[in-house]
Design a protein around this ligand. Structure first.
Ligand SMILES: NC(=O)c1ccc[n+]([C@@H]2O[C@H](COP(=O)([O-])OP(=O)(O)OC[C@H]3O[C@@H](n4cnc5c(N)ncnc54)[C@H](OP(=O)(O)O)[C@@H]3O)[C@@H](O)[C@H]2O)c1
Length: 230
Protein backbone atom coordinates (compact mmCIF):
# COMPACT_ATOMS: atom_id res chain seq x y z
CA UNK A 1 0.00 0.00 0.00
CA UNK A 2 1.59 3.28 -1.07
CA UNK A 3 0.60 6.84 -0.13
CA UNK A 4 -1.67 7.56 -3.07
CA UNK A 5 -3.11 4.18 -4.01
CA UNK A 6 -6.77 4.21 -4.96
CA UNK A 7 -6.53 7.87 -6.03
CA UNK A 8 -6.65 9.37 -9.51
CA UNK A 9 -4.79 12.54 -10.44
CA UNK A 10 -4.89 14.65 -13.60
CA UNK A 11 -1.56 16.23 -14.54
CA UNK A 12 -1.32 18.99 -17.17
CA UNK A 13 1.92 19.54 -19.08
CA UNK A 14 2.55 15.90 -18.27
CA UNK A 15 4.80 15.14 -21.26
CA UNK A 16 7.34 17.87 -20.34
CA UNK A 17 10.43 17.65 -18.15
CA UNK A 18 8.78 18.30 -14.79
CA UNK A 19 5.50 16.70 -15.83
CA UNK A 20 7.15 13.37 -16.65
CA UNK A 21 8.93 13.27 -13.27
CA UNK A 22 5.67 14.01 -11.47
CA UNK A 23 3.79 11.34 -13.40
CA UNK A 24 6.48 8.81 -12.49
CA UNK A 25 6.42 9.76 -8.80
CA UNK A 26 2.64 9.49 -8.59
CA UNK A 27 2.70 6.10 -10.32
CA UNK A 28 5.34 4.92 -7.82
CA UNK A 29 2.98 6.01 -5.02
CA UNK A 30 0.28 3.80 -6.49
CA UNK A 31 -1.97 6.48 -8.03
CA UNK A 32 -3.82 6.26 -11.31
CA UNK A 33 -2.62 9.12 -13.46
CA UNK A 34 -4.18 10.98 -16.38
CA UNK A 35 -1.34 12.65 -18.27
CA UNK A 36 -2.66 15.63 -20.24
CA UNK A 37 -0.56 17.61 -22.71
CA UNK A 38 -0.82 19.67 -25.86
CA UNK A 39 1.39 17.31 -27.87
CA UNK A 40 -0.45 14.43 -29.50
CA UNK A 41 1.68 11.82 -27.76
CA UNK A 42 4.60 11.65 -25.33
CA UNK A 43 8.05 11.33 -26.93
CA UNK A 44 8.66 8.16 -24.88
CA UNK A 45 5.38 6.50 -23.85
CA UNK A 46 7.24 4.10 -21.52
CA UNK A 47 8.39 7.11 -19.45
CA UNK A 48 4.80 7.59 -18.31
CA UNK A 49 5.04 4.37 -16.28
CA UNK A 50 1.55 3.17 -17.16
CA UNK A 51 -0.22 6.53 -16.85
CA UNK A 52 -3.01 7.09 -19.37
CA UNK A 53 -1.94 9.72 -21.92
CA UNK A 54 -4.48 12.31 -23.07
CA UNK A 55 -2.64 14.11 -25.89
CA UNK A 56 -3.72 16.99 -28.10
CA UNK A 57 -5.31 18.87 -25.18
CA UNK A 58 -4.75 22.64 -24.96
CA UNK A 59 -5.86 23.19 -21.38
CA UNK A 60 -6.07 26.96 -21.93
CA UNK A 61 -9.08 26.21 -24.15
CA UNK A 62 -12.08 25.94 -21.85
CA UNK A 63 -14.01 23.44 -23.96
CA UNK A 64 -10.94 21.27 -24.53
CA UNK A 65 -10.13 21.26 -20.81
CA UNK A 66 -13.69 20.28 -19.88
CA UNK A 67 -13.73 17.55 -22.52
CA UNK A 68 -10.43 16.18 -21.24
CA UNK A 69 -11.65 16.01 -17.61
CA UNK A 70 -14.81 14.24 -18.82
CA UNK A 71 -12.56 11.74 -20.64
CA UNK A 72 -10.57 11.21 -17.41
CA UNK A 73 -13.82 10.49 -15.55
CA UNK A 74 -14.90 8.10 -18.31
CA UNK A 75 -11.60 6.23 -17.95
CA UNK A 76 -11.07 6.24 -14.16
CA UNK A 77 -14.46 7.18 -12.68
CA UNK A 78 -12.97 9.81 -10.36
CA UNK A 79 -10.54 12.71 -10.04
CA UNK A 80 -8.99 13.24 -6.60
CA UNK A 81 -6.63 16.00 -7.59
CA UNK A 82 -5.21 18.18 -10.33
CA UNK A 83 -1.58 19.19 -10.81
CA UNK A 84 -1.18 22.18 -13.13
CA UNK A 85 2.26 21.97 -14.70
CA UNK A 86 1.41 23.24 -18.22
CA UNK A 87 3.14 26.55 -18.72
CA UNK A 88 6.05 28.21 -20.35
CA UNK A 89 8.73 30.88 -20.30
CA UNK A 90 9.93 33.75 -22.49
CA UNK A 91 12.74 36.19 -21.70
CA UNK A 92 12.37 39.65 -23.17
CA UNK A 93 12.72 43.18 -21.93
CA UNK A 94 9.72 45.44 -21.62
CA UNK A 95 11.04 47.97 -24.11
CA UNK A 96 12.61 45.56 -26.57
CA UNK A 97 9.94 42.88 -26.45
CA UNK A 98 6.44 42.66 -27.82
CA UNK A 99 3.18 43.60 -26.12
CA UNK A 100 1.76 40.37 -27.52
CA UNK A 101 4.17 38.41 -25.32
CA UNK A 102 2.21 39.61 -22.29
CA UNK A 103 -0.97 38.08 -23.71
CA UNK A 104 0.87 34.93 -24.76
CA UNK A 105 2.44 34.35 -21.34
CA UNK A 106 -0.82 35.13 -19.57
CA UNK A 107 -2.53 32.48 -21.69
CA UNK A 108 0.37 30.03 -21.25
CA UNK A 109 0.54 30.27 -17.47
CA UNK A 110 -2.63 31.80 -16.00
CA UNK A 111 -5.41 30.90 -18.40
CA UNK A 112 -4.18 27.29 -18.70
CA UNK A 113 -4.23 26.92 -14.90
CA UNK A 114 -7.62 28.60 -14.40
CA UNK A 115 -9.26 26.66 -17.21
CA UNK A 116 -7.95 23.33 -15.94
CA UNK A 117 -9.13 24.15 -12.39
CA UNK A 118 -12.58 25.13 -13.64
CA UNK A 119 -12.82 21.93 -15.68
CA UNK A 120 -11.73 19.70 -12.78
CA UNK A 121 -13.75 21.37 -10.02
CA UNK A 122 -17.13 19.77 -10.76
CA UNK A 123 -15.44 16.38 -10.32
CA UNK A 124 -13.50 17.06 -7.09
CA UNK A 125 -15.00 16.03 -3.78
CA UNK A 126 -14.04 16.62 -0.14
CA UNK A 127 -10.36 15.91 0.37
CA UNK A 128 -9.62 17.03 -3.19
CA UNK A 129 -6.30 18.57 -4.09
CA UNK A 130 -5.02 21.18 -6.53
CA UNK A 131 -1.30 21.91 -6.89
CA UNK A 132 -0.16 24.69 -9.21
CA UNK A 133 3.31 25.47 -10.48
CA UNK A 134 4.22 29.11 -10.08
CA UNK A 135 7.76 30.45 -10.12
CA UNK A 136 10.12 31.83 -7.52
CA UNK A 137 11.18 34.35 -10.18
CA UNK A 138 7.79 35.99 -9.70
CA UNK A 139 8.54 36.87 -6.07
CA UNK A 140 11.24 39.34 -7.16
CA UNK A 141 11.33 39.70 -10.92
CA UNK A 142 14.66 40.12 -12.70
CA UNK A 143 15.29 42.07 -15.91
CA UNK A 144 13.63 40.45 -18.90
CA UNK A 145 11.21 38.55 -16.70
CA UNK A 146 8.34 41.05 -16.64
CA UNK A 147 5.72 39.21 -18.66
CA UNK A 148 6.71 35.80 -17.26
CA UNK A 149 6.78 36.99 -13.65
CA UNK A 150 3.48 38.83 -14.06
CA UNK A 151 1.86 35.67 -15.39
CA UNK A 152 3.31 33.48 -12.61
CA UNK A 153 2.18 36.09 -10.06
CA UNK A 154 -1.26 35.49 -11.53
CA UNK A 155 -0.89 31.79 -10.79
CA UNK A 156 0.08 32.64 -7.19
CA UNK A 157 -2.92 34.92 -6.63
CA UNK A 158 -5.26 32.43 -8.29
CA UNK A 159 -3.92 29.84 -5.83
CA UNK A 160 -4.69 32.04 -2.82
CA UNK A 161 -8.16 33.05 -4.00
CA UNK A 162 -9.20 29.55 -5.02
CA UNK A 163 -7.90 28.13 -1.73
CA UNK A 164 -10.25 30.48 0.13
CA UNK A 165 -13.16 29.67 -2.18
CA UNK A 166 -12.69 25.94 -1.68
CA UNK A 167 -12.28 25.80 2.11
CA UNK A 168 -15.99 25.01 2.57
CA UNK A 169 -15.57 22.05 0.22
CA UNK A 170 -12.43 20.79 2.00
CA UNK A 171 -10.36 21.01 -1.18
CA UNK A 172 -6.81 22.31 -0.78
CA UNK A 173 -5.07 24.55 -3.33
CA UNK A 174 -1.33 25.19 -3.10
CA UNK A 175 1.46 26.33 -5.37
CA UNK A 176 5.11 25.42 -5.61
CA UNK A 177 7.48 28.16 -6.73
CA UNK A 178 10.54 26.59 -8.37
CA UNK A 179 13.67 28.49 -9.26
CA UNK A 180 15.69 27.09 -12.20
CA UNK A 181 14.83 23.41 -12.62
CA UNK A 182 17.54 20.98 -13.69
CA UNK A 183 16.07 20.12 -17.10
CA UNK A 184 17.83 19.23 -20.37
CA UNK A 185 16.55 22.52 -21.87
CA UNK A 186 18.06 24.61 -19.05
CA UNK A 187 21.37 22.72 -19.26
CA UNK A 188 21.50 23.45 -22.99
CA UNK A 189 20.64 27.14 -22.46
CA UNK A 190 23.10 27.65 -19.57
CA UNK A 191 25.98 25.23 -20.21
CA UNK A 192 28.36 27.00 -17.80
CA UNK A 193 26.01 27.01 -14.79
CA UNK A 194 26.48 24.79 -11.73
CA UNK A 195 23.67 22.29 -12.39
CA UNK A 196 24.18 20.77 -8.93
CA UNK A 197 22.59 23.83 -7.34
CA UNK A 198 19.39 23.61 -9.34
CA UNK A 199 16.30 21.92 -7.97
CA UNK A 200 15.74 18.55 -9.62
CA UNK A 201 12.34 17.59 -11.09
CA UNK A 202 12.28 14.58 -8.73
CA UNK A 203 12.60 16.88 -5.71
CA UNK A 204 9.62 18.92 -6.90
CA UNK A 205 7.70 15.70 -7.55
CA UNK A 206 8.35 14.61 -3.95
CA UNK A 207 6.83 17.86 -2.66
CA UNK A 208 3.83 17.37 -4.93
CA UNK A 209 3.31 13.82 -3.66
CA UNK A 210 3.23 15.22 -0.13
CA UNK A 211 0.77 18.02 -1.01
CA UNK A 212 -1.52 15.47 -2.68
CA UNK A 213 -1.38 13.13 0.29
CA UNK A 214 -3.63 12.88 3.32
CA UNK A 215 -0.75 14.23 5.43
CA UNK A 216 -1.05 17.66 3.83
CA UNK A 217 -4.76 18.03 4.59
CA UNK A 218 -4.28 21.21 6.68
CA UNK A 219 -2.13 23.05 4.12
CA UNK A 220 -3.99 25.33 1.75
CA UNK A 221 -3.28 28.65 0.04
CA UNK A 222 0.46 28.12 0.51
CA UNK A 223 3.01 29.47 -1.97
CA UNK A 224 6.06 27.32 -1.34
CA UNK A 225 9.48 28.24 -2.74
CA UNK A 226 11.35 25.16 -3.95
CA UNK A 227 14.72 26.38 -5.04
CA UNK A 228 17.41 23.80 -4.36
CA UNK A 229 20.63 25.63 -3.54
CA UNK A 230 20.13 28.59 -5.89
N1 LIG B 1 12.10 24.92 -16.21
C1 LIG B 1 12.27 25.80 -15.23
O1 LIG B 1 13.40 26.19 -14.88
C2 LIG B 1 11.07 26.33 -14.50
C3 LIG B 1 11.25 27.21 -13.42
C4 LIG B 1 10.12 27.66 -12.72
C5 LIG B 1 8.86 27.26 -13.11
N2 LIG B 1 8.74 26.41 -14.18
C6 LIG B 1 7.40 25.99 -14.57
O2 LIG B 1 7.32 24.58 -14.43
C7 LIG B 1 6.43 24.06 -15.41
C8 LIG B 1 7.09 22.93 -16.18
O3 LIG B 1 8.31 23.37 -16.72
P1 LIG B 1 9.18 22.41 -17.66
O4 LIG B 1 10.56 22.92 -17.62
O5 LIG B 1 8.89 20.98 -17.35
O6 LIG B 1 8.56 22.77 -19.08
P2 LIG B 1 8.33 21.84 -20.37
O7 LIG B 1 9.34 20.74 -20.42
O8 LIG B 1 8.24 22.79 -21.53
O9 LIG B 1 6.92 21.19 -20.09
C9 LIG B 1 5.73 21.91 -20.14
C10 LIG B 1 4.72 21.05 -20.89
O10 LIG B 1 3.45 21.71 -20.83
C11 LIG B 1 2.89 21.70 -22.13
N3 LIG B 1 1.95 22.78 -22.27
C12 LIG B 1 2.20 24.11 -22.29
N4 LIG B 1 1.05 24.80 -22.43
C13 LIG B 1 0.06 23.88 -22.51
C14 LIG B 1 -1.34 23.96 -22.66
N5 LIG B 1 -1.97 25.14 -22.80
N6 LIG B 1 -2.06 22.83 -22.67
C15 LIG B 1 -1.45 21.63 -22.54
N7 LIG B 1 -0.13 21.48 -22.42
C16 LIG B 1 0.63 22.59 -22.39
C17 LIG B 1 4.09 21.87 -23.03
O11 LIG B 1 3.77 21.56 -24.35
P3 LIG B 1 4.57 22.32 -25.54
O12 LIG B 1 5.91 21.66 -25.57
O13 LIG B 1 3.71 22.08 -26.72
O14 LIG B 1 4.65 23.77 -25.15
C18 LIG B 1 5.08 20.90 -22.37
O15 LIG B 1 4.87 19.57 -22.78
C19 LIG B 1 5.98 25.24 -16.25
O16 LIG B 1 4.76 25.75 -15.76
C20 LIG B 1 7.08 26.25 -16.03
O17 LIG B 1 6.67 27.59 -16.23
C21 LIG B 1 9.80 25.95 -14.86
Amino acid sequence: MTTLSGKTFAITGAFGALGTAVVQALRREGADVAALDRADAPRDPAALHGAKAFGGVDVADEAAAAQAMAAVIAKFGRIDGLVNIAGGFRWETVEGGSLDSWDALYRMNVRSTVAACRAALPHLGAGGRIVNIGANGAVKAAAGMGAYAASKSGVAKLTEALAEELKPRDITVNALLPSIIDTPANRADMPDADFGKWVRPEQIADAIVFLLSERASAITGALIPITGRV
